[in-house]
Each structure stands twice: as structure tokens, then as C-alpha cells.
Design a binder for this molecule. Sequence first.
Ligand code: A2H
Length: 256
Amino acid sequence: EGVGVQEYTALKLKVKEWPQSAKKIVDGKVPDGANVYFIPATLRPETMYGQTCCFVGPSIDYGVFKVSDSDYFVCSQRAARNMSFQSNVFPKWGEYPQVASFKGKDVIGTVVNAPLSVHTEGVRILPMETVKDTKGTAVVTCVPSDSPDDYATVVELAKKADYYGIQKEWAELEIIPIIDTPSYGNLTAKKLVEELKIQSPKDTKKLEEAKEKAYKEGFYKGTMIFGDFKGKKVEEAKALVRQQLIDSGDAFAYAE
Ligand code: A2H
């Protein structure tokens, strides 16, 4: 935002199962047996234990980009281009071969594996109307315990599952406490959404306030109560979880 660089952690969520309707997107374009990953960009890698789904913008254009013979990434074309000028993703500088394209709404219901998430059975790709295609990768992983936007969105999706064309239970995976904070307890986002009486993901002004409060409180005063760095301050755990994800090959640095 503004001047300076945003240092994201780009996470690799491997597709386990495409819905029938999405199979044609990759059929004949991605070789059988190759891995396809949705790539959300996050500023809160220490919260990845609590992923319950992953969001795409339903009307946003996405691409499938070839990284190697065995690995393909899903993100916005803008993000793929940016990645091609960072040395850690594509083999050739400035090249980001695109093999397929689709709209977010075409892949709703896809099951992906979310690294570190307690939901090891996989999580669903779901729609989020407020995803912007002008920042990050236009893929947003959902951590409703700590992100007010994510919490408000899963509540909305479960409430109007039919309208969004999803199964209600896809939006209702268990939300586990990951970080304890002095002011908002261990489900910071839920607490703030309720306290500020946020009714929907479209309450943008209140959500902005909630986001600000959650971020400050979580980052500066939070303590990990889950995972390998349980007991450590969030300020310290953030870099440790990020490095662990990068070392295991489940994430990479992405800046813009
Ligand atoms: B964060 P910044 Cl737990 N459109 O990750 C909308 N939101 C986007 C996005 C896009 N194109 N790309 C990334 N984001 C979200 C975790 C998280 C995040 C938690 C708490 C707060 C939080 C789980 N979602 O962000 O505008 C992503 O959600 C609040 C700032 O580039 C990413 O980190 O500063 C964050 O917004 C990036 O926001």
C-alpha cells in the first residue's frame, strides 16, 4: 500500500478434486498427474493452522500457469507476471506460460489441501465478492478466527448457501482458536464482528475498523496457543511459521 513493499507469504494449496463442471478447464491442458495449486497471498502465515476454506472472486479472471512439468499455479495474470520478475517461481525471467483461464465462479467447490490447516481432509474453494484483482494473487485463504473479513464472509455464505450455489457445510468447517489476545480472547475476528455489529461482508467501513483492531491486537499482543510455536508471541512466531512453510516447500516469498 502506498510506498514500500508488501511482503506476502504465497501458500500452495494443492487441488485434490475438481468439481465435474471444472474438469474441462484443465482437461488436455495440464498433464495427468501434474499438481495444480491455488496460490493465496497472506500477511498472517502464523494463522494458517486455522484455514477453513479458500476464496476466489466469482467474476475475477484467473489463469493456470506452468511453473514446471509437474507444477501449475492458479492466480491472477497480474500476480503471475509479478512472480516472473521474482527469481523464486518461474524458471525463465519475465516468462509465465499460461495454459488455461477461467472465472472464479467456475471453480467453486474445488477441494484443496491447505498446508498446516487442522482440516487435513481438505477445504473448499468458495466465493468472496470483496476479493480485489489488483492486489496479491486474487486468491485469499480463509482464517475466520483471526480475519474479520473472512469471518463475515463464511457467516454470509452459510446463511445464503443456495444463493451462492454452495453446500452450507462447505462454509461451516470448525473454527479453532490459534491466537489468544488480551482484549478479544481467542477468536478475535468473531469477537470483533459481533462487538461492532457487522451484518455482512458489505459493511466495509466497520470491517475496516475491525481489521485494523484485529491486526494490531493480534500482531503486537497475541500469543500462539496452537501449533509448533505455542506459547510464543505472534510477533516472533510469524517469521518462524513462514520459514517453516517455505522450507517444507508449501510456500514461497511474494512481494509487490
Ligand atoms: B490475510 P493488504 Cl488471519 N483481495 O491473510 C482482498 N483481500 C486480500 C487479497 C485480495 N486480492 N489478497 C490478500 N488479501 C487479504 C490471513 C489474514 C489476513 C488474517 C487476518 C488479516 C489479514 C487470512 N485471510 O489481512 O491489503 C489476505 O488476508 C488483513 C490485512 O495487502 C492478506 O492477509 O495489506 C491481506 O488481505 C493483505 O492485505
